[in-house]
Design a protein around this ligand. Structure first.
Ligand SMILES: CC(C)(COP(=O)(O)OP(=O)(O)OC[C@H]1O[C@@H](n2cnc3c(N)ncnc32)[C@H](O)[C@@H]1OP(=O)(O)O)[C@@H](O)C(=O)NCCC(=O)NCCS
Length: 212
């Protein structure tokens, strides 16, 4: 059976690509008064930094680099997920991550990791996304876990798209996704993103996603 990588993602600081003004849905120029210097960002701006994704139900979420400090909240996310979801993510009956596994996942040498929270609830993590070196040249592995009650609202699709846009940081040319053959949502995401050459090994299937 194919082995799924669990170790090795990163939370290294990245340039913020969405400003508070973006998150609030207003272009910067609307926040400036003619003839005056730009208004300073509100004190809460740091709460809103990161990549914003609006779900199909209209909820704004923020995706930011993961850090070691997210360990507790990320395991609370695992607690709230069904066994099915965790199995689909890890290809094993995993309940949680150990502290050392999480440290590896957020280590910059291992790849890139992000956590996602509702814009108005920064401590509630509803998804984690990992893009990890595989040990094979120019190939990274993508893993996504979206909390059950947040699934099917477009978050997984947008997180996968976002991870692909970040793949150049790892200097990889392709991304592999390993999942079970009956994981219809992930199969659909892979297909929509132009995956090719699926390889099957028992109940597991792996796709290769092109990186632009
Ligand atoms: C797989 C996962 C990441 C997808 O995220 P999501 O937010 O639920 O998915 P989305 O809402 O973006 O939907 C993805 C696609 O699946 C489709 N879909 C949703 N439910 C479906 C179902 N029951 N059957 C078939 N397709 C379905 C959606 O319509 C969408 O396709 P479209 O964009 O062509 O309409 C998420 O469900 C999850 O975390 N699952 C558990 C862990 C896992 O499987 N991780 C992936 C392997 S690493």
């Amino acid at each position: 059976m194919m082995q799924k990588t669990v170790t090795g993602l990163t939370g290294a600081a990245e340039p913020t690509d969405v400003t508070v003004a973006d998150v609030m849905g207003r272009p910067q120029h609307q926040l400036r008064r003619t003839g005056h210097p730009p208004l300073p960002p509100p004190e809460s701006a740091t709460l809103f930094t990161g990549r914003h994704i609006t779900t199909h139900t209209g909820t704004v979420t923020v995706t930011r680099p993961a850090t070691e400090d997210d360990f507790g909240a990320v395991n609370m996310l695992h607690d709230r997920c069904s066994l099915d979801s965790r199995f689909s993510r890890y290809q094993s009956a995993r309940r949680s991550l150990s502290a050392s596994e999480w440290r590896n996942l957020v280590h910059p040498d291992r790849g890139r990791s992000w956590v996602t929270h509702p814009a108005d609830s920064p401590h509630l993590l509803v998804a984690s996304t990992h893009l990890m070196h595989t040990g094979h040249d120019q190939l990274a592995e993508l893993g996504i876990l979206v909390e059950d009650t947040w699934q099917n609202f477009g978050l997984g699709t947008q997180l996968a798209r976002y991870a692909i846009t970040q793949a150049h940081i790892l200097e990889v040319k392709a991304i592999t996704v390993m999942t079970s053959r009956d994981n219809r949502r992930m199969l659909r995401i892979c297909k929509n993103l132009g995956a090719h050459s699926p390889r099957q090994d028992g109940v597991t299937i792996s796709f290769t996603l092109p990186v632009n």
